[in-house]
Design a protein around this ligand. Structure first.
Ligand code: AMP
Ligand code: FE
Ligand code: FE
Ligand code: ZN
Length: 273
């Protein structure tokens, strides 16, 4: 099996890189893409472990970008693993803007009467603390009854606790990925707030290379539509479960939601070519 979209404890997943590699080996995922949000540290730690386990590991990352004012996730694959690379420097800037946002988000939530501290959130998120870790803390403290309620009531873009973050524009992020030698793929297109068919020409013009047609959130009909659109616009295809571990227990590595994911094994060859 092949799965090109997964998260570790380096971002908002609950499996450490070692546990993720073990899980892949256990269930027969032979090609694994690690796509943590804004960081390569999970991938870096998994490299020697995957080698030992005989897995093919694909270097990936998931970036939050802005497109026409909306948040859009973009996957980057095959980025230079050179520790001194320009792309990794740019990722450092994104991480700094996230940390700065987290300080303001704690202040905003305190203003709303929630007794939380930056230290408490960071204890859950580590170097890549994000809104999912805030959600976890609010749940643990009993301020909400579910992770989803934490987003609905406080953390979603439309909710009262939301504070903005300096996210790169979609086209800018595509350019950085391509300059870093990578391939840029539109993550889970089903979550786009705009009509995918209508915006794809503009995304293609911005340099987008691929679209994630296979994803746990896609129905067979949606996957079919995205495959068609990819063919029509000359885009490559990527796919993966978006595995996050215990915070999204309904999604399994490799097989998605109740076995709804089937990423064709030859897809990687086309990406590499
Ligand atoms: P951050 O990058 O820290 O701003 O957090 C963004 C992450 O929060 C996304 O990748 C999603 O996993 C999660 N998220 C954002 N909005 C929602 C929402 N309305 N419901 C559930 N999860 C969300
Ligand atoms: Fe995530
Ligand atoms: Fe995503
Ligand atoms: Zn993801």
């Amino acid at each position: 099996m092949i799965d090109l979209h997964s998260h570790t404890t380096a971002s908002d997943g609950t499996f450490s890189p070692a546990q993720l590699v073990d899980e892949a080996a256990r269930i027969g995922v032979g090609i694994l893409g690690i796509t943590d949000h804004d960081t390569f540290s999970g991938y870096d730690r998994a490299v020697p472990l995957a080698l030992q386990a005989g897995l093919e590991l694909v270097c990936g990352i998931e970036l939050s970008t802005k497109l026409h004012g909306n948040s859009v996730h973009l996957l980057g694959y095959f980025l230079s693993t050179d520790g001194l690379g320009v792309f990794r420097g740019w990722i450092g800037d994104l991480q700094a803007s996230r940390r700065e946002r987290n300080v303001r988000l704690v202040a905003r939530l305190q203003q709303l009467g929630l007794k939380i501290t930056l230290e408490e959130v960071q204890a859950r998120g580590g170097e890549m603390t994000g809104r999912p870790h805030f959600a976890q803390l609010l749940l643990e403290k009993g301020y909400v009854r579910s992770l989803q309620q934490a987003f609905d009531d406080y953390l979603d873009e439309s909710a009262k606790g939301y504070v903005t973050r300096n996210e790169p524009q979609f086209a800018d992020a595509v350019e950085h990925i391509r300059e870093g030698g990578g391939i840029a793929s539109l993550a889970h297109p089903i979550r786009l707030r705009e009509d995918v068919a209508a915006v794809l020409p503009a995304l293609r013009a911005a340099g987008l290379n691929a679209i994630e047609a296979y994803h746990s959130d896609h129905s067979p009909a949606q996957t079919e539509l995205y495959l068609q659109l990819a063919a029509q616009h000359g885009l490559l295809v990527t796919g993966g479960s978006d595995f996050h571990g215990a915070v999204k227990p309904e999604i399994q590595l490799g097989t998605g939601r109740g076995g709804n994911l089937h990423v064709p094994p030859d897809l990687l060859d086309r990406l590499k070519a």
